[in-house]
Structures are given as structure tokens and as C-alpha cells.
Write a protein that binds this ligand. Structure first.
Ligand SMILES: Nc1ncnc2c1ncn2[C@@H]1O[C@H](COP(=O)(O)OP(=O)(O)OP(=O)(O)O)[C@@H](O)[C@H]1O
Ligand SMILES: [Mg+2]
Length: 256
């Protein structure tokens, strides 16, 4: 039996500037339970817009997004997002940044403490609890963003190019950490990226979008078994074929 659909994007249409800018129209895709769906697409095609709509931060003009049978109207406690540009509060320390969402959600002090400690440790930031974001490297700031989202123990995690601004080495370390965290506790994830390699390493399926107005050009299944590591995926015989296919689809778009 096919896995249950957790997130359904149903003929979603979004325009800006009173209709002058058509970001996507009649977009359809779905995310299955406990799968990582990676979304690849050219810059400006509407990936962040789509993710914000999934999170209920912005509305659609037509169509709808349904999570667990309910149309998305506003952010839900069981869905968390990691933003493209960290989205940290610069005036708050690491621990306060991680704890903030938990406090807002009304967790007890003991639970907030316990979870903040657990997730700061999980992303490798123990010892930096009292640091301010500006005292951290970009990779460390992104780990804070990840810890903040994971601490909510969301059922569904929306990731907007969370590793996009990192150097290649830090990026691979965090990709491996995410694979490890996923292995411990599989979650439903939507992961936006510009990197074909990253999409293959992390994804169970990959949706390739066209340029604006975005539509789904193709959906690929990443038939590389888990548990995975980035190095293991790159060495896998399927890797090159998948990479070439994604390249082809993205290049086709630019020359069309
Ligand atoms: N609030 C807004 N008002 C007007 N136009 C917007 C708004 N937000 C996004 N856009 C436009 O919508 C389009 C899609 O933007 P979006 O940020 O979703 O792209 P993206 O695929 O995430 O790009 P990138 O890969 O560079 O992050 C862009 O043309 C952008 O200028
Ligand atoms: Mg974006």
C-alpha cells in the first residue's frame, strides 16, 4: 500500500503585484508520510513562496494546501520551518533562540530546558548556549535554526535551503547530521535546495520545478537505500544517473 499523503498541494496558484507576477499556477504535488521530498528549481521560481504557503505564513490565490486532511490557513504547532537566511533573533542567545518557540507554545519550564539542551547537543552546539548569533559562524547559526525547528519535535519539517549559504565542508557535515537525525526519528520533510547532489543525498523523491510560473517538470524516485551518508550516496551506482537526469531537466528549462 502506498504511504499516506501528509501534505497535498492541490492546484496551488500564487500571483504577486496584482497578478502581474505569476509565481506558480495549478501546482500539484504531495509529500508522503516519513519521506523527504526535495524540491529543486531555478532561483526565483517560487520555492520559498511555496514553502511559506505550506507553513500558513501566506495565502494562495487559487487552490489549496492540505496537511493531514486540514486546509492550511495559519502555522500549526506540528509543522516547523527552517528559513533560508537563518531567521534567528540577533538579540537573543543561542539557548533563548532555541527555547523561544517552545515557550510560545506553552511548554513547562522543565520541558523547555530539557528540549533546548537536547537539541542544542544534537546539532553539536553544547557549550555555545550563551553565545549571541553574531558570535557564531554561518554554519553554527544554521545549526541553531535547525535546533530551534527540531526542538518543536514537529511531525513535518519544512526546510528552505538550510545549508545553502555554507561552505562545502560544513554543508556535508550538516547533511550527514541530518541523515543521522532522520535515521533516529524519521519525519516527513520538504527540503528545498539548489544543489542536485544534496537533493539526491537527502531525498526519497525529488520534484524538479520549471522556471516561473513554476510547474512540476518531473518527479524522480531516489532508489538509494538508507541508512545513507553523503559519501556513500555519491559512490552509489545510481548517483550519476540521477544527477545527469536532474541536470538535464534543469538545463532544458534554461534553454527552452
Ligand atoms: N512578498 C512578495 N511580493 C512581491 N513579489 C514577491 C514576494 N515574495 C516573492 N516575490 C517574487 O516571487 C518570485 C518567487 O520568489 P521566491 O522567493 O519564492 O523564489 P525562490 O524559488 O525561493 O528563489 P531562490 O531560489 O532565489 O530562493 C520572485 O520573482 C520574487 O520576486
Ligand atoms: Mg528561496
Amino acid at each position: 500500500m502506498a504511504a499516506a499523503e501528509r501534505v497535498v498541494v492541490d492546484r496551488a496558484t500564487k500571483v504577486y503585484n496584482a497578478g502581474a507576477l505569476n509565481v506558480f499556477s495549478e501546482l500539484r504535488m504531495s509529500v508522503h508520510d516519513r519521506e523527504t521530498l526535495c524540491v529543486l528549481g531555478p532561483s526565483g521560481c517560487g520555492k520559498t513562496t511555496l514553502l511559506r504557503a505550506m507553513h500558513g505564513l501566506i495565502g494562495l490565490d487559487e487552490g489549496r494546501i492540505v496537511i493531514d486532511g486540514l486546509e492550511v490557513k495559519r502555522p500549526r504547532r506540528d509543522v516547523a520551518m527552517v528559513f533560508q537566511h537563518f531567521g534567528l533573533m540577533p538579540w537573543k542567545r543561542v539557548r533563548e533562540n532555541v527555547a523561544y518557540g517552545l515557550e510560545l507554545a506553552g511548554f513547562s519550564r522543565a520541558d523547555v530546558d530539557q528540549r533546548a539542551r537536547k537539541y542544542i547537543d544534537l546539532v553539536g552546539l553544547s557549550g555555545f548556549e550563551r553565545a549571541f548569533p553574531h558570535e557564531l559562524s554561518g554554519g553554527m547559526q544554521q545549526r541553531v535554526g535547525l535546533a530551534r525547528a527540531l526542538a518543536m519535535e514537529p511531525d513535518i519539517l519544512l526546510m528552505d535551503e538550510p545549508f545553502g549559504s555554507l561552505d562545502a565542508q560544513t554543508r556535508e557535515i550538516l547533511q550527514d547530521e541530518l541523515l543521522r537525525i532522520y535515521q533516529q526519528h524519521p519525519r516527513t520533510m520538504v527540503f528545498i535546495t539548489h544543489s542536485i547532489e544534496e537533493a539526491i543525498a537527502l531525498g526519497d523523491r525529488i520534484v524538479v520545478l520549471t522556471a516561473r510560473p513554476a510547474r512540476v517538470r518531473e518527479t524522480l524516485t531516489v532508489d538509494i537505500p538508507r541508512p545513507r551518508t553523503v559519501a556513500g550516496v555519491i559512490a552509489h551506482p545510481r548517483f550519476l544517473e540521477l544527477r545527469d537526469r536532474c541536470w538535464h531537466l534543469l538545463r532544458e528549462r534554461t534553454t527552452a
